[in-house]
Write a protein that binds this ligand. Structure first.
Ligand code: ADP
Ligand code: MG
Length: 335
């Protein structure tokens, strides 16, 4: 994709993005609602024409080529299976339209069902399946004709958390097995971090950062990324802005910080016991607030409420303070 834009009248849905997705990778577009992810996906699929810029698939400019002539399939959140058809018929539908012979259709349909861990479900109707199983049928239908690229737009959005987490792991391993490039859209940062080889963070029609999950979390490039993928914890000291992840900040007991740890004084503004950890928000004397978490390994204070307002010293290693840019957009309302 090169300098891709899409306008709807006054609305700029996609404001000039450059992106190169590698063959065989699990690539995720992550961003809040309205940031331009679906529009970008629809331009790759060919459902939407760019206002300007180009999309290439396998080195070929696909401008003007209709969706069915691109080696791309799409899986949507509302998987839209045909209710009157069996699972097999649903999966093999595209093959039938393409004129593939009956025996071949059945063989490849069953193979696709095996890939999505639903062997033997071919004779059921969609209504006889659970939500997760239906989503797998939609996936089988999308991979049965072996596209080069599979586009997935919030495919797990309708599932409850437990099932979603299970499907995340399965989708990832299915992708590895079939070797198809996945371009995955989600607004859920945990989902993006667990599944992806690389992630592009969208904000108001532009991409703020493209990197591996590890780098995205450990070295967010902008304030927006720091806040969207985790807790922002942005501080300004001597004109420089930086962010520190909550788990990198320690509460220093008795004023004795280990060597090399930068310390600051502050006051506990908020505190919450959340089972595995206790979460503190500390207002710093030098300005700004940080959130930090402490594992409740030894013992947790039972009456956390009484600690509000208490003076504390917090510390972090200088290498964990990561410089951030302002980002590509105006962020009104940020401190
Ligand atoms: P996302 O998928 O990240 O939630 P979208 O790509 O759907 O975001 O939308 C990006 C922006 O474009 C939003 O402001 C949305 O309202 C607008 N938009 C999307 N599709 C249309 C359309 N068909 N007509 C007008 N505006 C649209
Ligand atoms: Mg969307």
């Amino acid at each position: 994709m090169a300098d891709l834009t899409k306008h709807y009248g006054e609305v700029v849905a996609v404001a000039g993005i450059d992106l190169e997705i590698r063959q065989g990778e699990f690539f995720t577009m992550l961003g809040p609602s309205g940031s331009g992810k679906t529009t970008t996906l629809r331009m790759i699929a060919g459902f939407e024409d760019p206002s300007s810029g180009t999309v290439e698939l396998a080195g070929r400019n696909v401008g003007g080529i209709p969706p069915y002539d691109r080696a791309v399939n799409t899986v949507f959140q509302d998987y839209a299976l045909f209710p009157h058809m069996t699972v097999s018929e649903n999966v093999a539908y595209g093959l039938r339209v393409a004129g593939v012979a009956k025996g071949e259709r059945a063989r490849r349909g069953e193979e696709a069902l095996e890939m999505v861990r639903l062997p033997g479900y071919g004779d059921r109707k969609p209504a006889e399946l659970s939500g997760g199983q239906r989503q797998r049928v939609a996936l089988a239908r999308a991979i049965v004709n072996r596209p080069k690229v599979l586009l997935l737009d919030e495919p797990l959005g309708a599932l409850d958390l437990k099932l979603r987490e299970q499907m995340q792991a399965e989708l990832k391993s299915i992708q590895g097995e079939v070797g198809i490039t996945f371009v995955y859209v989600t607004h859920d940062q945990d989902e993006a971090l667990t599944m992806s080889d690389r992630i592009a963070v969208f904000n108001e029609g532009v991409i703020e950062q493209v990197s591996s999950p590890f780098k995205l979390y450990e070295e967010p490039a902008t304030e927006f990324v720091a806040g969207f993928v985790g807790v922002s914890n942005v501080l300004e000291r001597d004109g420089a802005r930086f962010t520190i992840r909550p788990e990198k900040i320690q509460l220093v007991e008795n004023g004795a910080a280990p060597d090399g740890v930068h310390t600051e004084r502050g006051r506990i503004a908020e505190i919450a016991y959340v089972g595995m950890v206790t979460r503190y928000t500390v207002s710093l004397d030098a300005g700004g607030k940080v959130e930090l978490i402490r594992q409740n390994t030894e013992s947790a204070a039972e009456d956390v409420g009484s600690m509000r307002g208490k003076e504390v010293v917090v510390g972090w290693r200088p290498e964990h303070a990561v410089a951030v840019r302002d980002g590509t957009t105006n962020e009104e309302g940020s401190p």
